[in-house]
Design a protein around this ligand. Sequence first.
Ligand code: FAD
Ligand code: MLT
Ligand code: ZN
Length: 480
Amino acid sequence: MTDDEILEKLRAAVAPKAVATDADALAPWLTDWRGRVTGSAIALVSPKSREEVQAVVRIAGEQGVAIVPQGGNTGMVAGGVPRPEDRAILLSLRKMDAIRAVDPGDNSLTAEAGVILSRVHEAAAEHGRRFPLSLGAKDSATIGGLIATNAGGTQVLRFGPMRALTLGIEAVLPDGSLFEGLSTLRKDNRGYDLRQLLAGAEGTLGVVTAASLKLVPAAPYREVAWLGLDSAPDALSALRALEASLGDAVESFELVPDAALALVLQHIADTRAPLEKACRWNVLVELRAASDPGGLRARFETALADLLEAGTIADAAIAESEAQAEALWKLRETIAEAERIDGVAAKHDVSVPVSAMPGFVERATEAVERKFAGARVVAFGHLGDGNVHFNVRAPAGSDDQAWFADTGESVNRFVHDLVHETGGSLSAEHGIGQLKIDEFERLADPARLAALRAIKQALDPHNIMNPGKLIPLAKPAEKP
Ligand code: FAD
Ligand code: MLT
Ligand code: ZN
């Protein structure tokens, strides 16, 4: 069929105005958030129900057209935009944005795929509950995208990533059938866990149309502090000491090097340095508690005083109000935006065992800066999860686009090799998408790759679901 004939079928399957072909309407959704890949699509289709999603997927299957599911397009690995060579339908879930149910007795919330994370936070709070996963893109990232990438964020330390918080999933599979897995059961041993297979699948095994999520009790009392430190190993020692004295009240522990803070202060409006004297390393700590606010504050102050006295931390400032707490969080959550404004960076979302991370950051920074003259490392993020964003910027004053085009791939390989040698992963929380697929193939254990390919082949034999993302397809054998 021609593109026009396919468009006609799509318009019959969903409301005609839900099929956009206008270049201006498509443009913002064809380029990834970091501006590295611009793809092409025959249409941007925005269904309003799971039945409409099923109809679109069936048309794509019959016609051999790719389906690229998309939520907020905040992904970091270009998984939600088509490839330039694709004949694709860009399937936006953003119009499927109903919160279907909140059940405080069950501590669960059921939302359609297009619901934005901050709305889930609000809906849970209205019922005296919390959805304990947050990230800088919370006002745009959708439940479908968060599940498809198994997103992490700033509370993984205590509550785990999206997989740990997803109780059930409803999804349209590549053959157009509906997987009705929206249960909120805490225990269900009926064989392979399709919910966990779809989570983290980056849209390659089906389209998530709704999900039931785990809620936790509200924790209205919080303390937020900014710490200054001399070294990354000190940061891990501080985390373990705070956990020893404050237990699981410690929810977030985010590492911010001076270079990341400087980027934020330079590029983001209404920000100011949190400590009088700049420190080489900083940490943002958040404590949460359901009760006993006085006790929490007093124990926090004592714990920080002990760390200062021991020389583990060099300085500390505790927020005195909600506004101050938000201002500290802004410094952390806008690092990605500040980096984007600043220019190109070779981004590496890596994990190694938590205890190895401080040493890795120091060793890898030195190695990269020695090998690539003038390159500037900014390693920030989720230290308590053993996950930092180990980003490498071009030498100061250089043409960063040209540097990246010339050197970016070598930098990626160099960093990923160091991670691999340390027993780590080249994707801790952003996924593989288009941008990491070659490196994933280069470094993955062959048995892992073979199993992923077999699953993909079994569920999506015609490779219509988000082709070219996550799964490096086996290359045809060369003729002898
Ligand atoms: P998209 O970008 O639209 O899509 C991402 C992937 O999911 C694509 O492969 C897409 O095909 C697939 N997908 C989307 N919707 C569906 C669906 N309904 N069914 C099946 N597949 C689907 N990530 C973290 O993990 N931790 C962070 O701390 C973090 N911080 C961020 C901060 C900023 C400022 C920004 C811009 C991004 C950040 N991210 C972070 C990355 C991003 O927000 C997450 O990857 C998020 O999960 C993407 O959600 P989205 O709705 O924007 O998905
Ligand atoms: C973060 O932790 O801020 C994000 O994952 C975004 C990024 O890596 O740039
Ligand atoms: Zn992150």
